[in-house]
Ligand binder design. Structure first.
Ligand code: KDG
Ligand code: MG
Length: 405
C-alpha cells in the first residue's frame, strides 16, 4: 500500500485549521491535524515543500519508520512547526491503518482500558459571580470537573475572558496584529484564592476544579499560589511556570501539595523528561498535534506511567476535531489517562467541515466505534471558509515590559 498523494488544506470554519489528507494507491485515505495557532502557514510550507515529496511512494503501513524518517532524517529535530507536520502525517497513517484493518485506532493501540472519557469544561467570567453561575450550569449539565478563569479586577482585560466579544476574530483588528493584554502579578495573586474559596462555599468539595495560570508566575510565586489554593483542593494547577527550564517545577513542588499540570506547548518527550522522571508534575498535557502525533503520545504515556504521572491532553478549540478524535483513541486505551480538557463538540461551520465520532454524556466523552480515527472532512465545505490571519495576544506589564504569555 503506497502513499499516492498528500493534500494540505487551510480553512477557517470559526478558527483556522491545517488539515492533511494522505491517499493511497489502493483507495484508502487518512486525515491528520497540523494546526499551530497563529503560525498556520509555516506548517503548510513545511508540509508542501519538505515533507510531501519525501513520502510519495512510501509504504503507508510503516508508521514508526516514517515517523523516525521525518524526525531524525531532517537533522533539525523538534520545534512546533516540524512536530505539527510530523503529527499530521502520523495521525493520517494511523487513520489509514485502522480503515484497512476495519478497526478503530484504539484497538490497534491495545484496546479499551475504559468505556468513557472524563472531561473538564471551562467556566469563565468577568466577575466571580458570573464565573460561578457558569460553574453551576456546567455542574447541572453533568460535568464532574471544571476549569475556573475570571477577569482580574482593575486589569483592563484578562486572557481567555472574551467579555462581550464572543467571536475570537472580533479581537483582531482589520490588519491583524497580536492584541496586547496587561498583566499584574500582585493583583492576580491577591484575587485568585477568593475565586476558589467562593466556589467551594457555593458548590462544596465534590466538583473537581482546575485553574490555568498561563505561565505568568515565577516558581516562588507559583509555589505561593499553590499553597494558598491548598484548602480548595484543586484537581490541578496548570502552567504555573514556563517550562523551558524544567527545574522551575522542582521549586513549586517543594512548597505545595496542589497537583501540577503542564505541557500544552511541548513538542517532544524531551520537553517533559525531567518533569516526569523527577515527579515534579502530576499531569502531562501534551497534545497529539503539537507533540508529533499518536506514536509519540503513546510512548510518552507509558513513560509517564512509570512515574505516577497521568495524561490530561490539551483540548483547546484551536486543535481540530481530528486531534480531538486522536486524543479520544489514546484516552480510551492508555492506563494512566487522567482527564481530557473539553470545549464543546462544535456545531455550525465546524460541523459542516468535520464529522467526528465523539458525543458527550454526563461530563464524559463517548467514542463511537468507527474504523480509523472516525473523522471525515468535507473538502468543498472547507474551501468556502478561507484562512484568516490572526494572532494570539501578547502580554505586557504596566511599564511596557513584555511578559510571559
Ligand atoms: O493557542 C493557545 C490556546 O490553545 C491556549 O490558550 C489554550 O491554555 C489553553 C488551554 O489550556 O486550553
Ligand atoms: Mg492552558
Amino acid at each position: 500500500m503506497r502513499i499516492s498523494d498528500i493534500k494540505i488544506f487551510v480553512s477557517c470554519p470559526g478558527r483556522n485549521f491545517v488539515t492533511v489528507k494522505i491517499e493511497t494507491n489502493n483507495g484508502f485515505y487518512g486525515l491528520g491535524d497540523a494546526t499551530v495557532n497563529g503560525r498556520e502557514l509555516a506548517v503548510v510550507a513545511y508540509l508542501e515543500e519538505h515533507v510531501k515529496h519525501c513520502l510519495l511512494g512510501k509504504d503507508a503501513h510503516q508508521i514508526e519508520d516514517i515517523w523516525q524518517y521525518l524526525y531524525k532524517g531532517a537533522y533539525w529535530r523538534r520545534g512546533p512547526i516540524t512536530m505539527a507536520a510530523i503529527a499530521a502525517i502520523d495521525m493520517a497513517l494511523w487513520d489509514i491503518k485502522g480503515k484497512v484493518a476495519g478497526l478503530p485506532v484504539y484497538q490497534l493501540l491495545g484496546g479499551k482500558s475504559r468505556h468513557k472519557i472524563k472531561t473538564y469544561a471551562h467556566a469563565n467570567g468577568e466577575t466571580i459571580e458570573e464565573t460561578l453561575d457558569n460553574l453551576g450550569q456546567l455542574i447541572e449539565q453533568g460535568f464532574k470537573a471544571v476549569r475556573l478563569q475570571c477577569a482580574i479586577p482593575k486589569l483592563k482585560s484578562t486572557y481567555g475572558i472574551l467579555g462581550d466579544k464572543k467571536d475570537y476574530y472580533e479581537l483582531q483588528s482589520s490588519r491583524p496584529l497580536p492584541p496586547e493584554q496587561p498583566w499584574d502579578t500582585t493583583k492576580y495573586l491577591n484575587f485568585i484564592p477568593t475565586l476558589f474559596k467562593k466556589a467551594r462555599e457555593q458548590y462544596g468539595m465534590d466538583i473537581e476544579l482546575v485553574h490555568d495560570v498561563h505561565s505568568r508566575l515565577t516558581p516562588i510565586e507559583a509555589a505561593k499560589l499553590g499553597k494558598d489554593l491548598e484548602p480548595y483542593n484543586l484537581l490541578f494547577l496548570e502552567d504555573s511556570v514556563t517550562a523551558e527550564n524544567q527545574q522551575g517545577y522542582q521549586q513549586v513542588r517543594q512548597h505545595t501539595t496542589t497537583p501540577l499540570a503542564v505541557g500544552e506547548i511541548f513538542n517532544t518527550i524531551w520537553d517533559a523528561k525531567e518533569l516526569i522522571e523527577n515527579q515534579w508534575i502530576d499531569y502531562i498535557r501534551m497534545a497529539a498535534t503539537h507533540g508529533g502525533g499518536i506514536t509519540p503520545m503513546k510512548k510518552m504515556a507509558e513513560f509517564a506511567a512509570i512515574y505516577h504521572v497521568r495524561t490530561a491532553p490539551h483540548g483547546a478549540p484551536d486543535l481540530s476535531p481530528i486531534c480531538h478524535a486522536a486524543h479520544a483513541h489514546l484516552n480510551i486505551t492508555v492506563n494512566n489517562f487522567g482527564i481530557q480538557e473539553f470545549i464543546g463538540l462544535g456545531g455550525g461551520k465546524l460541523k459542516e467541515v468535520f464529522e467526528h465520532p465523539l458525543s458527550l454524556e454526563d461530563g464524559h466523552i463517548i467514542l463511537a466505534d468507527k474504523p480509523g480515527l472516525g473523522v471525515d472532512f468535507d473538502e468543498e465545505a472547507a474551501q468556502k471558509y478561507k484562512y484568516k490571519r490572526s494572532y494570539l495576544p501578547v502580554t505586557r506589564l504596566d511599564d511596557g515590559t513584555l511578559w510571559n504569555w
